[in-house]
Design a protein around this ligand. Structure first.
Ligand SMILES: [Zn+2]
Length: 315
C-alpha cells in the first residue's frame, strides 16, 4: 500500500507539556510537534517560536499566562519555516528578531514554504485562515544579538552557529541558567528535517559551535527537553549521527532512488519509530543528493515539487 503523503494522514492531537526549566524559563513540548518557549525578563517577556497559526499560538499563550502577565517585548524566531513563524501576529510583540538570512529566505521563498508545509502537515495549521500573511522580522543580526533581562536574571544571547538546518538558524542561550533553545539545529528523539539544510556544515562546524556553549538543559526543535550534560550531549550526538549516516549513504549511492533506499535501510532501525521519520526522509535525501552534486543552495520546495519527490522516492 502506498504511504500517505508526508504527515497528511497524521491527524491525532499531541499532548502538550509546559515545563518550567528555571525561574522564569518555560518550554512547551508536544510529543514531536514543534516546541516553543518563553523567557521572563524583569518587566517583559521574550517568546521563542510562534507555531503555525495565530490560533495555535493563542492556545500556547493562554497556558503561559497562567504563570506571567508581563507584556511580550520580543518574539524570537529560530528560522523561516512556516510551522514556526506564521502564528506571530498572536504575540503582539514590539520586536520580531531573526537572523539576517532568515529575512532573505522569507522574501525569497516564504510563500512557497507556506504552501509546502501546509500540504505536508495540515494538522499543525489550526484555523489556517487566521494567518494574516507572511511574518516579517523587525530586527535582524549576523553574529549575536543580546537582550539584557534585567535584575539578576542575566542576558539572553541569540547566536548564529553557521549554516545548518537552514541558511539562517539561530540559537537562544541563557548563560546564567545554562539553558539553550536550539531550534531545529538539534532534535531530541525526533527525526531531522534536512530538506533545506547544509549537511556538511551542520554535521561538523555548526554542531561543534552549538556544543561549545556547554548547555546543561537543551530544548530542541521537536521532542523532549534534554536535561543534564549527558542528555544534552546525547541529543547533539543523535543529531550528528543522523547526518553522518545520511552523508555516508547518499555519498555512496549511484542514483537518488538508491540513495533513498540505502539511507532508509540504515536509519530505520534506530530512528524509524521517531516522529516524522517517513515524512522527512524523501525530502532530506533529495536535498543532500543536490548538495553532494554541486547545488550550493537548497532548491525551493513547492507543493508540486513535494509531490513529485514523494512519488519518486516513497512509492
Ligand atoms: Zn525547520
Amino acid at each position: 500500500m502506498a504511504k500517505p503523503f508526508a504527515s497528511s494522514a497524521d491527524l491525532g492531537e499531541k499532548k502538550q507539556s509546559l515545563e518550567v526549566l528555571a525561574e522564569g524559563v518555560y518550554a512547551l513540548t508536544a510529543e514531536g510537534d514543534p516546541n516553543v518557549g518563553a523567557i521572563e525578563a524583569e518587566d517583559f517577556l521574550v517568546c521563542f517560536e510562534a507555531l503555525a497559526t495565530p490560533v495555535a499560538a493563542r492556545e500556547w499563550l493562554a497556558r503561559l499566562r497562567e504563570y506571567t502577565d508581563k507584556p511580550i517585548r520580543y518574539l524570537v524566531l529560530s528560522h523561516y519555516h512556516a510551522v514556526r513563524v506564521l502564528g506571530a501576529s498572536a504575540f503582539g510583540a514590539d520586536v520580531i528578531v531573526t537572523h539576517d538570512k532568515t529575512r532573505e529566505l522569507i522574501a525569497e521563498r516564504g510563500e512557497q514554504d507556506w504552501a509546502s508545509e501546509y500540504g505536508r502537515m495540515p494538522r499543525l495549521f489550526k484555523e489556517p485562515e487566521s494567518i494574516p500573511g507572511l511574518t516579517w522580522p523587525t530586527a535582524t543580526f549576523s553574529d549575536t544579538f543580546t537582550i539584557d533581562l534585567g535584575g539578576d536574571r542575566g542576558d539572553l544571547v541569540l547566536a548564529y552557529c553557521g549554516r545548518g538546518h537552514t541558511e539562517g538558524d539561530l540559537v537562544a542561550w541563557l548563560p546564567k541558567q545554562r539553558i539553550m533553545f536550539a531550534g531545529d539545529l538539534v532534535e531530541s528523539q525526533a527525526a531531522l528535517y534536512t530538506g533545506d539544510a547544509f549537511h556538511l556544515d551542520w554535521s561538523a562546524a555548526t554542531l561543534d559551535k552549538v556544543a561549545s556553549f556547554g548547555a546543561e538543559t537543551l530544548v530542541g526543535g521537536r521532542g523532549a527537553v534534554a536535561r543534564g550534560r549527558h542528555g544534552v550531549d546525547a541529543a547533539i550526538a543523535q543529531t550528528r549521527d543522523f547526518l553522518a549516516v545520511m552523508l555516508r549513504e547518499v555519498g555512496a549511492a549511484g542514483s537518488v532512488k538508491e540513495a533513498f533506499e540505502r539511507t532508509h535501510r540504515e536509519l530505520e532501525p534506530r530512528y524509524g519509530a521517531w516522529p516524522i521519520f517517513e515524512h522527512c526522509l524523501p525530502f532530506n535525501v533529495s536535498r543532500l543528493w543536490d548538495e553532494l552534486h554541486g547545488v550550493e543552495r537548497p532548491r525551493i520546495w513547492t507543493a508540486e515539487r513535494d509531490r513529485e519527490v514523494w512519488d519518486q522516492l516513497q512509492s
